[in-house]
Design a protein around this ligand. Sequence first.
Ligand code: ZN
Length: 332
Amino acid sequence: MNDVISRGREAVNPTAFSRRGFLARTSYFGALYATARLFPMSALAGELAGDSRVSQTPIVDKGFASVRKIGDGLYATISDPSKGYQTICNGGFLVGKDSALMIEGFGSAAGAAFQMDALRMVSQVPVKGALDTHYHFDHSMGNGFYSGNGIPLWAHANTAKRIVETYGAMQGVDKAVALGPLEKTVKDSKTELARKHREENLAMVTVVFNIANATVLALPNHPIDPAKLPMKMDLGGLTAVIESYPGHSGTDIVVRVPEQNVVYTGDLAIHGVRLEANFEDVRFVGQGHGLCARTRIGLWPGRSCALPRAFRRHRRASAEDAQSGSAGGRGC
Ligand SMILES: [Zn+2]
């Protein structure tokens, strides 16, 4: 933890930028990219065919993302980054009689605007707020859309700080200085397999670097103190329950709709393959599109939502990860 804080202090001071610090913050992208490939590519229609709540026809599909109804007033935004980096992660929105809640800031302001346009296709209720499930770039780089439109933005209390420390620190840094060491590791690869992995890692870090440098960062202005959760948000006939769990990024928030057994998990539900087993009775919307496979919307069958039990197990797994040094800065 002290190491993280000291790295953060270093990072907010551009003159103190160091290659070592940058690589420490970005080297995990390769690992997560490899993990993403473990998830099987599966047809969205096939996954959803068994759940009558999920509309088989999207209300809008722009290639890089589509939006589907998944419940009463509940919508899922499912990304396909192979078609563009506008949204990157999955998200969604909740629409009550009085107001709506937007989930995720996505990878760009264009991504957040896309989701807002989708909301306006189905409802004209005012937007009560938007929420970043955590600080990672694919969930927060589009925050400027919300701030530019005067929409309150909610997130875990540490999210703003982590955005600045991680992505603010990349801004204005010479690209050759930032990426040179990774390019060198590619050149120095001793096997074709190592070269392939390092190239993938370099490609991913380059994407993050470019996005961070192309973005005017906007920070959440409604910090959520995890000690005060759960928090209920009444949208008018639809109640969202906001909860926080440790595991993926240290800033993770989930949005649950208990009456409909639906949860917008952010990236918590994908933190390692072990967790996947804890969700064996859950259908996930939006599985299988590369990086965005990490962000899930869970649909529980039956009458009770198994989330607390699943996350209790998750907490134990995370503690084990922390002890073995493998937990922490996942990139997206
Ligand atoms: Zn993430």
